[in-house]
Design a protein around this ligand. Structure first.
Ligand code: ZN
Length: 61
């Protein structure tokens, strides 16, 4: 299994050490994740300010 990193800014999960979307360093220390398929109908996506579908960490340290 590949190591996943979570962006400290947008919480997006990636295998990169820098977030491809916001170019900030990602963290290995995160907990839980959600899959957002359609951000426009997801309350969690609205709360977390997620605009794009994808996998997101719930907590990033
Ligand atoms: Zn990001």
């Amino acid at each position: 299994m590949k190591v996943l990193y979570a962006c400290k800014n947008c919480h997006s999960l990636t295998s990169e050490k820098v977030c491809p979307q916001c170019a900030v360093p990602t963290s290995k220390r995160w907990q839980g994740y959600i899959v957002i398929r359609d951000p426009s109908i997801s309350q969690i996506a609205a709360k977390m300010n997620i605009k794009k579908p994808g996998k997101y960490a719930l907590k990033v340290k």
